[in-house]
Write a new protein. Structure first.
Length: 81
């Protein structure tokens, strides 16, 4: 009976470790995709502005994205179109 409890405990521990690893991988993929697509760009900009220029009011989100799109149009870089 004690041997069965030990196997059950080991299986539960293994399952928890596996689920934890899957969760970490999922969070990593989500982080990568949001950064790749630029979804966190405004939050990064605001954090930078508050840290480096605390006395200046950051642009609104609408102003930020307008400026970013205008800059990409002026400097296309490696874009295909």
């Amino acid at each position: 009976m004690a041997d069965t409890m030990t196997r059950t405990d080991a299986a539960t521990t293994l399952l928890r470790a596996l689920l934890g690893a899957v969760g970490r991988v999922g969070r990593g993929i989500r982080w990568y995709m949001t950064n790749l697509m630029g979804d966190s760009a405004y939050a990064t900009y605001v954090a930078h502005q508050r840290r480096v220029h605390p006395d200046e009011e950051p642009m609104t989100e609408r102003q930020f994205w307008r400026e970013r799109m205008d800059d990409q149009d002026r400097n296309p870089g490696a874009r295909c179109c």
